[in-house]
Design a protein around this ligand. Sequence first.
Ligand code: RIB
Ligand code: CA
Length: 297
Amino acid sequence: MQVIIDTDPGIDDAIAILYALRHPGIEVLALTTLGGNVGLGVTTRNAGRIVTLAGVPTPVHPGADVPLGREPRSETAIHGNDGLGGVAFPDPTVAPSDEPAVAAMARLLRAAPDKTIDLHCLGPLTNLALLVQDAPDAAARIRRVIAMGGAIDEPGNVGPRAEFNIAHDPDAAARVLAAGLDFTLIPLDATRQFRADAAYLDRLRATGSPAAIASADLIDAYFAQTEHQAKGSESRPLHDPCVPLLALNENLFRIDPRSLGVELDSGALVPGPHAIRVAMGLQADALRSALSEGLAE
Ligand code: RIB
Ligand code: CA
């Protein structure tokens, strides 16, 4: 399957991108970046570093640095000032493209047969909202969108009901939900079920694969007293890797139809008119195996 990955790397983004780049079942046509976790300059450089470590030449197109019409918030507290938890990644061997994210998305979608490219969204939805606004004909050619974001029954992580990717740019999320795309959302309700422990990191390292070893180092940097676990026993949730994992292993997720909207003030998802698919559960052990196998390719 052909995929454009829209991302704000970000520790968990990096693991998702390494998995997608290395997996034979996914052809990553481009990475498009946005400010999100740590600002556009850092996320864009990190995208180039991740591509370099993966050894899979892939164009990187910088996109939106800030949300539509509101002030950004930063997540350096979780991802570190370098956005990758201080984990040693090579410098990018190729500079980012001069072609901006939305122009690249539109070009790729218009050049490909209709409904043959998927969009994997690992950060706020600003770039996708701008594509819908500026190139609606191209957006209509997307086969499906799989996005990490939101909270349905789970508490939020940036507010009582708000999750970072949606709440960072709720205006963008509202526009994307209203666009009528084939949209599958993976909220905290699912991703909080997907974590790693020390034994899993040993398993990743034992593969000897640079992508798996780097992912183990990234998860190590991600270990912290997590919201719902005993101190240090498991990592923070592996949010973004759920996106490419669902694309390749949909049978390992429980997906429900939901009609949702966005509460613009809080950034929370609320019942609303937009019918989408929402992953509410997953088979964590099987997905950990799928992740380690993909990273070991
Ligand atoms: O809430 C989790 C999301 O916010 C993930 O995409 C993580 O990378 C951060 O961007
Ligand atoms: Ca992210």
